[in-house]
Design a protein around this ligand. Structure first.
Ligand SMILES: [Zn+2]
Length: 278
């Protein structure tokens, strides 16, 4: 599977990917395009979301790409044009991130509702084996503690990373952010099931930026992993001394981190105070 970009269109194995152009676009994106914003669709197939982006009933939303759960890709907006995916948003002192970013939507149901012992989508479909986590911005339904989120299949995650790498090379993308990072008061996508620290490390590898650096819990009695940036947030669990974590983002002295398991794989996200890391 090989991706390439020609005339601002994504190609796979020598052919353009499926194109369903959205009319909801703005002017030209600046070059370089500094940011890549990741989203979930909160919906069914990539096709259904791409058709929504083309629909007249739509209030005016779009994204450059939609990636399905099986890794298939639909392009809705050329990479050199503004797509309408971010809305009100701020990052690095900029506001209105549509003007500075490429947007990728991942077909995913997002947060799920508990029904008996099952977790269901907002349309009532049961999702087996959801990713259980609390959102760092607070859960959308106001529930404290972990809730179910649809997991991202590895082929979808890996395909997105491969495309993101190509976009970084082609358009000078320097940072990958979640919609929930740039609009934290109203957005939950791509959410805790999307391991953005791992994603950044796949895309940027050993490049010198603030991702992909491991820190170690350096306090004998262990360190509380919390659901938010402060001691008022509930403790998710105690991280034993020596646990490796990868920073995702900072809020004062608090770091959102991805916790590595014994195999060195990201296993959980949460917040820790940076005083106890080295
Ligand atoms: Zn979004």
């Amino acid at each position: 599977m090989a991706f390439a970009i020609s005339a601002n269109q994504l190609r796979r194995d020598g052919k353009p990917v499926t194109s369903i152009p959205s009319p909801y676009t703005g002017g030209a994106l600046p070059s370089p395009t500094r940011f890549l914003v990741m989203h979930f669709t909160y919906g069914a197939s990539a096709l259904s979301s791409a058709e929504w982006f083309r629909s007249k009933a739509n209030e005016g939303s779009s994204a450059h790409l939609v990636i399905d759960r099986d890794g298939s890709v639909i392009q809705c907006v050329r990479f050199d044009k503004v797509a309408w995916h971010a809305g009100q948003s701020t990052w690095r002192g900029l506001s209105g991130l549509n003007q500075y970013s490429i947007g990728i939507e991942l077909a995913n149901w997002g947060y799920l509702n508990p029904v008996g012992t099952e977790w269901k989508t907002h349309t009532g479909v049961t999702i087996a084996h959801p990713h259980m986590a609390a959102h760092r911005n607070g859960n959308p339904n106001g529930v404290k503690g972990p809730i179910g989120w649809e997991a991202y299949p590895p082929v979808q995650f890996q395909t997105a990373a491969e495309i993101a790498r190509l976009l970084a090379e082609s358009y000078g993308v320097e940072e990958i952010v979640g919609h929930d990072g740039i609009s934290p008061d109203r957005k939950w996508d791509p959410g805790p099931a999307f391991d953005i620290a791992h994603f950044r490390s796949l895309v940027f590898g050993g490049r010198a930026d603030n991702s992909g650096i491991s820190l170690r819990v350096d306090v004998a009695e262990g360190l509380n992993l919390r659901s938010g940036p402060g001691t008022t947030f509930p403790v998710v669990r105690l991280l034993p001394a020596g646990t490796l974590v990868e920073p995702i983002e900072r809020d004062g002295r608090w770091l959102s981190v991805s916790v590595m398991n014994a195999q060195g794989q990201p296993s959980q996200t949460g917040w820790v105070h940076d005083h106890y890391l080295s």
